[in-house]
Design a protein around this ligand. Structure first.
Ligand code: DGJ
Length: 776
């Protein structure tokens, strides 16, 4: 619901209110963003200035307008009229100055969303989605700023963006234009960001905000795993289940920027948008510029609740409608199985085993085209390598489909290798600067998506393969940052990064519309472009190349602050793990990967019969519960020691709890399992999954478990390992919601001296899954 009760604008979602007003000066004063509020309160929410402050400039000498903008919480600010807080705008105006003064001009209420010309936006999906456009006009020139607000009632989320329109006679130059600005009182906040790098995506950091400006940004050309665009502003003391917090994220895949600026008068300003560094956009007479959309929400119940708003919004208003609530298939991906070294026979063999285990989709990763037998060459070319694939992609796809599997293919459409046929023919398609040796990333250059001809080339080439192989799935990869950026197809090189992103979105939306049912999974060396812009086109993202379950625990947990489980693509791979050399139990690899979209990325020939049997059971389990595991509400815990992590996912009357032990402590503490979100008055049946162990868990200590002594290096031990499995303790109780939320005392862990089937064996990297269901 959005209403205008002069001078107040009130935007309401299910449980939140956002309010601002038109001031005497016609600037907009931000009043409130928080839990649902009575409209009667609005009269008293404005800033109360009763004395002249020192060192400020009044907007005007006229009575009623003699306010210092610097001391106001504003909705969107200009520059040069007395607001000295960080400016959301830097525009060279027609008179050559940077001074602008945007004040209220008119507004319009709209049902549904306000569509965008070129940028992806959220879709409505409910008749309770409403929009508001407040148009501001500069006091000197015919230049307008449309502030566009949309409320997504059911998700408790709102979006904001701005459009600048130049109706003045002269061109202007935009150097900074934020999508959203948000002012509140406070000097007691912290900032939560997800920072990282390759194979360490989504690492959560909390930084106290003090005086000055705190920036979370990317200038790599993509959103990047260095700093994800999502940012949370939280009051000190806020944790997973308690406290006030505001979440912001940007529907954008290029250079992003969030600044949190703490002023000396206790006003904290947040802004988010395109990174103004290396950005300059010329706006001629009658042209307009539209910013990407910011997604924002608030919770007074802590970070889990805040994430649930974001998750609901993504599942209902971001991912393509056709994938809403549609369970995702279990993948076998060829990359870690064979890398570039495969042929049709090897692939079919892998597919056959995968099918037998219950896997549903076969994905052929990198290496199927041109001369691509390593990462030195071939990107940009689309001719199938018939030395490897003797019946072509079509032949392979048909055979795989005949086995009862779906078929998907890897592409890296935005790239070109200097060593490729395309480069020989169209070197000018690559991004580089004449007279400067280009810097290569993974031996490759970027294709110039600012060039229409390049965009057409990519769409045509991909369409041909998609049609030929009738693809069910595409993995859209992107493996380098942008350097040496230049395009002769734009006049001002300050427009490069954004024009590239618009070009990318044009390609993606053309293919999306042409092939609505293909499942697109995006990827960028893992989660290097994990953002809402990419999720508009493909509902899931390859979270990280790191599939070590212990490393994945913090990666997946980190991503969950902003992104739902349905977007996290997680694969089970071999142990020892290729990036960490860590040996982890197969159960743990599955137990971590099942919190999201499950897949496998390994050659089954390295697994024993017992392990294959376990995988089959895992897959069966996942299929039974995948709707909950992909679309349920994910809960994080305030872990109080570095050796444990807990995950919970809940949907309707089913709950799954993952207990992960990062390291075993000698003589470990007794432990409690404490669930969330149960109904205190209901009764629940809680059972742990039976995770049998092989004898090698004990090795030479096998006499702890069996009444015999065996040498693990001898044949008999190896034989028994194949034949005999050891039981692990099972928890199986029926208790009230109250008791389970208060804490259930788990069976004791192995203490070094004693084993029976009532002893819980976790060990280093061990884990246990509990299913909790309402009992009738
Ligand atoms: C990087 C991706 O993250 C991997 O999963 C794989 O697709 C390789 N690229 C292929 O080159």
């Amino acid at each position: 619901m959005i209403s205008y009760k002069e001078p107040f604008f009130i935007l309401e979602t299910q449980s939140l209110t956002y309010a601002f007003k038109v001031m005497e000066t016609k600037h907009l004063e931000h009043l409130y963003y928080g839990n649902k509020l009575s409209h009667d309160d609005l009269e008293n929410l404005h800033t109360k200035l009763t004395a002249k402050a020192r060192g400020v400039v009044d907007y005007s000498e006229t009575e009623g307008k003699d306010v210092p903008l610097d001391l106001m919480t504003l909705e969107y600010s200009s520059f040069g009229k007395g607001d000295f807080k960080l400016s959301p705008l830097e525009v060279k105006m027609p008179d050559g100055t940077f001074v602008s003064d945007f004040i209220y001009h008119k507004h319009e209420l709209i049902n549904g969303i306000v569509p965008s010309d070129k940028l992806p936006t959220a879709h409505d999906g409910s008749d309770q989605t409403k929009s508001l456009i407040v148009t501001l006009k500069d006091t000197k020139f015919d230049i307008y700023l449309d502030l566009i607000y949309t409320i997504f009632f059911d998700s408790d989320v709102m979006t904001r963006r701005v459009v600048m329109r130049n109706h003045s006679k002269k061109s202007i130059s935009i150097r900074k234009i934020m999508s959203m600005m948000f002012d509140i009182y406070g000097n007691h906040y912290e900032m939560l960001t997800l920072d990282g790098g390759g194979i360490k995506e989504g690492q959560k950091h909390i930084t106290p905000v003090s005086y000055g400006t705190y920036i979370n940004s990317s200038s790599t050309g993509i959103s990047s795993y260095k700093h994800n665009p999502g940012v949370i502003l939280l009051e000190k003391g806020t944790h997973e289940d308690y406290g006030n917090c505001y979440g912001f994220n940007l529907i954008y895949s290029g250079n992003h920027y969030t600044a949190i600026d703490q002023s000396s008068h206790g006003i904290l300003r947040v802004m988010q948008g395109i990174n103004p560094s290396f950005f300059e956009w010329d706006l001629k007479h009658e042209q307009s510029f539209e910013t990407p959309t910011v997604v924002m929400t608030f919770s007074s119940k802590g970070l889990n609740d805040l994430s649930h708003h974001m998750h609901h919004f993504i599942n209902h208003h971001i991912i393509p409608r056709q994938f809403k609530d549609v369970v995702r298939p279990i993948v076998i991906n060829s990359w870690e199985a064979f890398y570039f070294d495969f042929n049709e026979k090897k692939l079919l063999n892998l597919a056959k085993k995968a099918k037998h285990l219950g896997i549903e989709l076969f994905v052929l990763d990198d290496g199927w085209f041109s001369t691509r037998n390593n990462d030195l060459s071939g990107l940009g070319d689309y001719d199938v390598n018939t030395k490897k694939l003797k019946t072509g992609i079509k032949g392979l796809a048909d055979k795989i489909r005949h086995m009862g599997l779906k078929f998907g293919l890897w592409f890296e459409p935005e790239m070109i290798n200097p060593n490729s046929k395309l480069y020989q023919k169209h070197g000018e398609y690559s991004v580089q600067i004449e007279g400067r040796e280009p810097s290569l990333g993974r031996h490759q250059l970027l294709l110039d998506l600012c060039n229409k001809e390049v965009r057409k080339y990519i769409i045509d080439q991909m369409s041909e393969i998609i049609d030929e192989a009738k693809l069910d799935y595409i993995k859209w990869d992107m493996n380098r940052y942008m350097t040496d950026v230049y395009s002769k197809h734009i006049k001002n090189q300050g427009m490069f990064f954004h024009t590239y992103v618009l070009g990318l979105y044009e390609i993606l939306s053309t293919l999306r519309n042409k092939y609505p049912n293909i499942l697109i999974e995006t990827c960028s060396s893992g989660g290097n472009r994990f953002d809402l812009g990419m999720l508009i086109f493909g509902p899931q993202i390859w979270t990280s190349d790191n599939t070590d379950p212990i490393a994945r625990l913090s990666i997946q947990k980190g991503m969950s602050y902003f992104y739902p489980l349905s977007t996290l693509s997680n694969h089970v791979s071999l142990s020892p793990h290729e990036q960490t050399l860590r040996k982890t139990p197969l159960h743990t690899r599955f137990n971590v990967a099942m919190f999201g979209v499950l897949g496998y990325e390994l050659d089954f020939k390295y697994l024993s019969k017992t392990e294959l049997k376990i995988i089959k059971e895992h897959i069966l389990f996942y299929k039974m519960h995948r709707h909950e595991l992909q679309f349920g509400d994910f809960y994080r815990f305030n872990e109080d020691d570095p050796y444990h992590m807990y995950y919970q996912v809940s949907k309707n009357d089913k709950h799954f709890y993952g207990d992960f032990q990062i390291l075993t402590l000698p003589n470990p503490n007794l432990e409690m399992l404490k669930l969330k979100r149960l109904d205190k008055d209901k009764s629940y049946h809680m059972k742990s999954i039976n995770q049998k162990m092989t004898l090698d868990k004990f090795g030479h200590l096998i006499s702890h478990a069996l009444p015999i002594k065996l040498n693990p290096n001898k044949f008999l031990f190896r034989l028994l390992t194949k034949l005999k499995m050891l039981d692990n303790a099972i928890e199986d109780v029926t208790l009230s919601g109250t008791a389970l939320m208060h804490g259930y005392k788990l069976k004791q862990q192995f203490m070094g001296t004693y084993y029976n089937n009532q002893t819980r064996i976790m060990g280093d990297f061990g884990s246990q899954i509990y299913i909790i269901k309402e009992s009738s």
